[in-house]
Every structure is written in structure tokens, then in C-alpha cells.
Design a binder for this molecule. Structure first.
Ligand code: ADP
Ligand code: NA
Length: 340
């Protein structure tokens, strides 16, 4: 359909929240008009940290439901879960043999996720970037919409592609692929980076793993929960400034205004033109209305979809069948190139 291909994934590892929506899933939607899109529930990445099997199954369906409820069309594009297409793991092994230990040692996310007890982290968590490179390159993905926190991983995918192209240059040419087999995937920059912060602490990211449920708005929260969480959100005592520059040094205000701007498709300055000088009570009431208006339908549609697991599973199976056709072609060529 289109010439260029987007790949992106979301882990099924906990309740999806507003940060996942504004920073990732909502940004996948408009790309459907310009690219062939492959959106993957990356369950093999999820198990780099132990997951309860029943929960994992539930989360796979919930992320799928979120993709669809947000407006991703699983018929025109591909939606599936990673573990159904064995070629991801197959290519990741080849990439484990192309990537260098030193490259993995430089990954900041491993250090964050493994914490102090690095010796006891799973080998999968350490090799995660190699699997992520395979996720993208098994489809020869040309573009990846990346959050700030994934930039280093995309760099690594490019390094793996380049080294594979170099290490096997002669064989690649002999098999008729010219001078490069894998593309050097480009990051897709879609406007300013969106980082949604915790509603309880403006210095921390809104996160699935935060123990406080009041720190995040879950996509399946109902109107009452959304309203309560926004009303309880931490703020400072000053009224809102009249332009974005006045948010400097006020992380909680910055966060709430940023959320308002993102949900309404306006800039922070535009939002503050309307609310400059207002008290937070006024602003929060408007934010509650906006959030309920934008997130309410997504939450209800997610609930409707997960209530019919057989239907979601059928979508995932269909997506996997179509993904596998592409992935198998790549993998067969890789086997020829490597000499298997
Ligand atoms: P991962 O561990 O794969 O990054 P997450 O569940 O943390 O999985 O995030 C899924 C997606 O949501 C990623 O693209 C990430 O950048 C985005 N994301 C997560 N939290 C936030 C946040 N607080 N603000 C903006 N984007 C976020
Ligand atoms: Na993340």
C-alpha cells in the first residue's frame, strides 16, 4: 500500500495509562495514513521480567483493545502479539551473534530496570535491545515512532543493521540484495516529545509500576475515577501563568497544562491564553471535562472489546498470519545470507 513501513510495540505489563496513550498509542494513529503500520504487543519483551501467566494473557488482550479503541485499524494495518511470530526470536538469535557485549553494556535502560542486583537480572533483559532490533528489522521497518526512552534502543537497531550489512556484504551481494540487506531505520519525530508525569509527584514519570493508583489515569478509568484523580493531583498555590514560559520551575502545573494541551490538540500557550490567572480549581474542572470527553469513549470501547476475548484473539491471529508472511521472507533470506 505505502512504500515505507512503521513498526512499534507496547509491552503488556500493567494497566495502560494516560502516558502510554499520549506518548505512544495516540501517536500511532495518524501514521496509518502515510505508512504501512505494524503495531505489536511485545509479550516476549514482557517476560524479561517474570509475569503471572494469567495476567499476561489478560494484558495482551487489553493492549490490543487499547490499540483498536484508540483508532488503529487492524484490517488495513497489522496488529498482533510478538510471540505468535517465531521469526522475531529466530532473527534475534542471529542479531545476538552480530551485536557486541559492549553495546549491551552501554544500555541505560538495562541499568535502570535491573537495579542494583544486576547479576540476578534475566539474560533476556540484558539482550532485550537485540530482540527489539529483530522486531523492527524482520519487517525491514523504515521508521519507528520513538519516545525519549527508546532512542538508544533504536540507535542499537541501526548499529546491528549496519554491522550485519558489513559482516555479510559479499554474501548479501551474491544473493542479489545489492549493498545492503537491512535498512537503517529512522526515528519518527512527531512534534515535541510528550512526557506525562505522575499526578502525585511532578519529578517522576507517570508509570505502570507506580504503587499509587492516584499517580496515573488508567485508560480504563471511569469518569468518577478520572475526576477524583485530577482533583487530587498535586499542584502549587499560585494561579496559572499566562504563557508557557511561566511554567518553568512549576513541574506539576507544567504537567497538567501539558496534558490539557495534548488532549485538546492545542499548544501550551494557547491553553494558557484561556486559563492564565485562573486558580487550579477552575483549571482542573475544565481538565476533568476534557479528559472524560477524550478518554471516556476509549475506556468504554476497551471494556467492550476485552469482554469478548475470542474476538480479540481472532484479530491477533489474523494479524500474526499476515505478519508472519513478511517475517518469513526476511528470515529465509537471512538464512541464505548467513550460510545456513
Ligand atoms: P517500555 O518499558 O517498553 O518503555 P512502557 O509501558 O513503559 O514500556 O511504555 C510503553 C510506551 O509508552 C513507550 O513508547 C513509552 O515511551 C510510552 N510511555 C510510557 N510512559 C510514558 C509517560 N509517562 N509519558 C509519555 N510516554 C510514556
Ligand atoms: Na518506558
Amino acid at each position: 500500500q505505502f512504500k515505507e513501513r512503521v513498526f512499534s510495540g507496547v509491552q503488556p505489563t500493567g494497566n495502560l495509562h494516560l502516558g502510554n496513550y499520549l506518548g505512544a498509542i495516540s501517536r500511532f494513529v495518524p501514521l496509518q495514513e502515510k505508512y504501512d503500520c505494524i503495531y505489536c504487543v511485545v509479550d516476549m519483551h514482557a517476560i524479561t521480567v517474570w509475569q503471572d501467566p494469567k495476567e499476561l494473557k489478560r494484558q495482551i488482550r487489553e493492549v490490543t483493545a487499547a490499540f483498536i479503541a484508540a483508532g488503529i485499524d487492524p484490517k488495513r494495518h497489522i496488529v498482533f502479539n510478538q510471540s505468535q511470530v517465531a521469526e522475531h526470536a529466530e532473527l534475534a538469535w542471529v542479531f545476538n551473534c552480530v551485536a557486541r557485549v559492549g553495546w549491551m553494556n552501554r544500555m541505560t535502560q538495562f541499568k535502570e530496570k535491573a537495579g542494583k542486583d544486576r547479576e540476578n537480572a534475566s539474560l533476556g533483559l540484558y539482550a532485550y535491545p537485540s530482540l527489539m532490533a529483530a522486531d523492527i528489522l524482520v519487517y525491514k521497518g523504515t521508521h519507528v515512532p520513538v519516545g525519549e526512552d527508546q532512542k538508544q534502543h533504536l540507535e542499537l537497531a541501526r548499529d546491528v543493521a549496519q554491522k550485519f550489512n558489513n559482516d555479510f556484504a559479499e554474501s548479501i551481494a551474491e544473493h542479489g540484495w545489492g549493498d545492503a540487506f537491512f535498512p537503517l531505520t529512522e526515528p519518527l519525530i512527531q512534534g515535541p516529545a510528550m512526557r506525562v508525569m505522575s499526578l502525585r509527584d511532578g519529578s517522576k514519570k507517570m508509570s505502570k509500576s507506580d504503587p499509587s493508583d492516584y499517580s496515573r489515569i488508567n485508560l480504563t478509568d471511569d469518569a468518577d475515577a478520572i475526576a477524583q484523580k485530577i482533583r487530587k493531583a498535586k499542584t502549587d498555590p499560585e494561579p496559572l501563568p499566562s504563557e508557557a514560559a511561566g511554567l518553568e520551575g512549576r513541574p506539576e502545573a507544567q504537567n497538567l497544562v501539558g496534558i490539557f494541551a495534548a488532549l485538546s490538540g492545542r499548544s501550551r500557550d494557547e491553553v494558557l491564553k484561556e486559563f492564565g490567572g485562573a486558580q487550579f480549581s477552575t483549571f482542573k474542572a475544565a481538565l476533568v471535562d476534557l479528559a472524560v470527553e477524550k478518554l471516556g469513549p476509549i475506556g468504554s470501547e476497551m471494556k467492550r472489546l476485552v469482554a469478548d476475548p475470542a474476538h480479540i484473539d481472532a484479530i491477533l491471529t489474523d494479524g500474526a498470519d499476515r505478519a508472519r508472511v513478511i517475517a518469513r521472507q526476511t528470515m529465509d533470506a537471512v538464512k541464505d545470507i548467513v550460510g545456513f
